[in-house]
Design a protein around this ligand. Structure first.
Ligand code: GLN
Length: 227
């Protein structure tokens, strides 16, 4: 399986994402510069964390205007897995692949530490290697991680099972303790915590690895490859 890691000016978690796929998962990964990206040959698209365009205007807002976005929209439309972590999640919100918006953290501080997440839906292509209501430890690192949506949208997320992860103890003020959501089709996931930073015991934790394994299992199942 071939994963694209799309790099924008200011991305800073692209290498971690690359490492997670290439070394921890053991699959093909390529760093693709947003200007030269041809995403057509990839099976999954990963939008890494960071500070694209220095978070000017709003986190993810300027990246959302770049030409590569057309290809990301096309990949999502084609049903390919699209994962946005942290700044990647912010970009997915800005381009409308996911509902809602990201606000500054409630206490206006950048936070970088481990959080306990609750797996709210283990029946997605990103979470099938977890159990429903399983508690996992994944680090966060963000200043704008306060997920906001109106009540109606929150209800829709609940009704459609689009909430993949919640925080056990809400660190940033997010509506409904939301840490990660999918689109209605289930092939786009945005999450603020960083699974790519928790992919091997040597790093202190490998709870994030099963997210990447889930994508791979889904891909193998849908492409009938036994490898
Ligand atoms: N690690 C990240 O992706 C940081 C995201 C973002 N730009 C913020 O601080 O909110």
């Amino acid at each position: 399986m071939k994963f694209a890691v799309v790099v924008f000016p200011g991305s800073n978690c692209d290498r971690d994402m690359y490492f997670a796929v290439k070394d921890a998962l053991g699959e093909e990964a390529e760093l693709v510069w947003y200007k030269e990206a041809d995403l057509s040959g990839f099976d999954a698209i990963l939008l890494p964390g960071g500070f694209s365009y220095g978070d000017y205007l709003r986190s993810g807002a300027i990246a959302s205007t770049s030409p590569v976005i057309e290809q990301i929209l096309a990949a999502a439309e084609a049903g390919k897995p699209v994962l946005g972590v942290c700044n990647g999640f912010q970009i997915l919100l800005e381009i409308g692949l996911l509902p809602g918006a990201m606000l500054p953290n409630e206490h206006l501080k950048f936070m970088c530490h481990y959080e306990t997440l609750v797996v709210e839906n283990a029946d997605t292509m990103f979470t099938k290697h977890y159990e429903d209501k399983e508690e996992i430890r994944i680090p966060i690192a963000h200043g704008d991680g306060n997920y906001f949506c109106d009540e109606q949208t929150h209800q829709q997320l609940l009704d459609n099972n689009q909430i993949a992860f919640t925080y056990q103890s809400n660190p940033n003020g997010s509506v409904g303790d939301i840490a990660g959501i999918t689109n209605e089709q289930g092939n786009v996931l945005g999450m603020m915590p960083h699974p790519e930073r928790a992919v091997e015991a040597l790093l202190g934790n490998d709870d994030g690895l099963r997210l990447f394994q889930s994508i791979l299992t889904h891909w193998r199942n849908t492409h009938a490859i036994n490898a």
